[in-house]
Design a protein around this ligand. Structure first.
Ligand SMILES: [Fe+2]
Length: 367
């Protein structure tokens, strides 16, 4: 299987990674040889070498199923591809508006490119563009949801062909809104029940349109149809629940809500990402899929105050002070799950080797 060598910072090393070079001491003696599988002990030895990063060998499959700690996602730029996606999507939406064929092959190519970028970079932080121009909301939102869904899909371990279904469905999830009158879509005040019922039709209208797009898979069409379905069965258009909702649609629904809440809309200003995450956590298990939210939360890294977390040190605590990906944690239980007399705090920013390993979502407190 093809192997790729990538530089990984020492803080991001995890057990099982394959060393991509020979490491020597000051006198040139071999300390660790190339091809060695890292263990906690070897990671500790590397940590003491006073180097910031080491080459790690990845098999191609490792890129599809990343095994690195999600908290270590680095910021990289895929802005150019995102820009290109926006341009092609913009053209497609305009064509679609006038009953012309959208540029499906170009959309597919650009989604492919996005996937390749995400997989090759290995670590991606999604820096979404937030715009004030609400006219361009559908375009911007579609691309953002596509990107968020794809990165979630990568971390859930999907293969490339699955990611294409997911990416294209996410990009086109709201295409049915093109069939809803502008005065309802752009209404600056709250929709009445009748208007809301009309808006709900965008799922079915979009699904019908999607079926006519030559080459768009059944899985992608299902995303368009089911992205407003909810785990408790209180979504629309069908009111199906849990596993009846295709998993790709469950991913897109979380990305959709997160991006919608954190964007400016014609009827309200954007809401901050922590509040959006709190809302999503509060509705996990009722509206949103737990497994998807768990990955999504790690991906965006907005840990709200009060969230119960467990650390790679074995300690457990709650988020005391917000800081993206690196909050301050008040430790309540030690590494043997024994209550800590009093408490103490760990600032993850000042302790880069301490990482959030997991957290408790709604209904998981007693487990
Ligand atoms: Fe929608």
């Amino acid at each position: 299987m093809k192997r790729i060598r990538k530089e990984v910072s020492v803080e991001e090393l995890v057990e099982g990674m394959i060393l991509g070079t020979c490491l020597h001491d000051d006198c040139g003696n071999v300390l660790l040889s190339e091809g060695l599988q890292l263990t906690p002990t070897t990671i500790e030895r590397i940590d003491k070498l006073n180097i910031s990063s080491v080459p790690i060998l990845y098999e191609v499959e490792d890129f599809i199923k990343p095994k690195v700690a999600l908290e270590n996602i680095d910021s990289v730029s895929i802005e150019e591809t995102i820009y290109e996606t926006r341009v092609i999507m913009d053209r497609s939406l305009r064509k679609f508006q006038f009953n012309e064929l959208l540029e499906f092959e170009k959309l597919k190519a650009v989604v492919n490119q996005l996937i390749a970028e995400i997989l090759a970079k290995d670590f991606v932080t999604v820096n979404l563009t937030k715009i004030k121009n609400t006219d361009a909301y559908l375009l911007e939102h579609s691309v953002n949801v596509c990107l968020l869904s794809l990165v979630t899909g990568v971390y859930l371990g999907y293969a490339k062909d699955e990611l294409i279904h997911l990416g294209l469905g996410a990009l086109l999830h709201d295409i049915g809104k093109m069939f809803i009158p502008d005065e309802i879509i752009n209404k600056p005040s709250k929709l009445n029940e009748e208007e809301f019922d009309i808006i709900k039709n965008h799922t079915v209208f979009g699904g019908e349109a999607g079926k006519k797009i030559n080459g768009l898979s059944k899985e992608s069409v299902e995303i368009i149809l089911y992205h407003h379905e909810r785990i408790d069965g209180k979504g629309y258009p069908y009111g199906v629940h849990s596993e009846q909702i295709p998993v790709y649609a469950r991913i897109v629904s979380v990305a959709d809500v997160f991006d919608a809440i954190t964007s400016d809309r014609i009827y309200r200003d954007r809401i901050d990402a922590y509040t959006a995450v709190e809302f999503i956590i509060g509705e996990t298990g009722t509206k949103f899929d737990k497994d998807v939210v768990r990955v999504f939360l790690k991906l965006v890294g907005y840990y709200p105050i009060g969230l119960r977390v467990s650390l790679n040190s074995g300690e457990q605590g709650i988020v005391k002070k917000k800081n993206k990906k690196k909050p301050v944690i008040r430790i309540l239980l030690d590494d043997h799950a024994r209550p800590v007399p009093g408490y103490y705090e760990v600032d993850l920013k000042k302790n880069p080797s301490v990482l959030i390993e997991d957290f408790k979502l709604k209904g998981e407190f007693d487990k």
